[in-house]
Structure formats: structure tokens, C-alpha cells
Design a protein around this ligand. Structure first.
Ligand code: NI
Length: 137
């Protein structure tokens, strides 16, 4: 049976600050630079969620992309869009909201809720030039 991957892209914007309260202010400034700005800063994020699996011969689908759209909208975009990640999203109280950790958050929000297929990759673009990939490992 042929397999295929299906990808949904979603946009959100959010503010964050990279800061580890267990380290000194100097360590934070050195490590995070301008991303340690105390009053936060924002990004226009692009998230790509890729699901892989067998093509169901009855539907021709790996999964219904409308279902994936709804899942990503409800479990990621509505939670992160127009939010201050540090202050508004409880998961980031104990995770620094780096692109890497945001990708892990998105994975955890989606992976166990798929009706078919399996999550194979989450790609998060933090700027038009920088992205991170997370594959659940
Ligand atoms: Ni940033």
C-alpha cells in the first residue's frame, strides 16, 4: 500500500522572552542577546504539521486534511495566536519559549489527537530564514 505525507501550514503571531530565571542576568544576556529583552518581542510564526501514513484506498486520503486543519487551528493556533507565550500559555511557565520548545509544544498538542496516520514532523518557522524541525524524539 503506498504511503504519503500530508502537510498543513498555519500562521500565528506571538510574543516571547528567552530567559532562564535559574541563571544570572549576565548569563541570560550573554546567552540570549536581544531575545532576552525584558519587555518581550514578537514573531510571525509559520507552523507546518506533517502527517504520514498509508493511503486509504476507500478515500484516497492519508487523513482528511479538513480534520487536520481543525485540529491545528483549535489545539495550536487558538492557543498561541496573539499571545504572550511566557505569560499566557501555562506550558511555557517551565519551558523557555524558544522555537525548539514551541515545536515540542505543538507536537504534544497534536500527536495523540490524529484520527489517522502518525505525526512525522513539526516544522516551525520563527523568521523567514530560521526554522526548527521536531520529530518527536
Ligand atoms: Ni524571539
Amino acid at each position: 500500500m503506498p504511503t504519503c505525507t500530508v502537510t498543513r501550514r498555519v500562521h500565528f503571531n506571538a510574543a516571547h522572552r528567552l530567559h532562564n530565571p535559574e541563571r544570572s542576568d549576565e548569563w541570560n544576556r550573554t546567552t540570549f542577546g536581544v531575545c532576552n529583552n525584558p519587555n518581550y518581542h514578537g514573531h510571525n510564526y509559520e507552523l507546518e504539521v506533517t502527517v504520514g501514513g498509508d493511503i486509504d484506498p476507500a478515500s484516497g486520503y492519508v487523513l482528511d486534511i479538513a480534520v487536520l486543519k481543525t485540529l491545528v487551528d483549535e489545539r495550536v493556533a487558538q492557543i498561541l495566536d496573539h499571545k504572550n507565550l511566557n505569560l499566557d500559555v501555562p506550558w511555557f511557565r517551565d519551558h523557555i519559549p524558544s522555537a525548539e520548545n514551541i515545536a515540542v509544544f505543538c507536537w504534544e498538542q497534536i500527536a495523540t489527537h490524529l484520527p489517522a496516520g502518525r505525526l512525522v514532523r513539526v516544522r516551525l518557522w520563527e523568521t523567514p530564514r530560521n526554522y526548527v524541525d521536531y520529530r518527536g524524539e
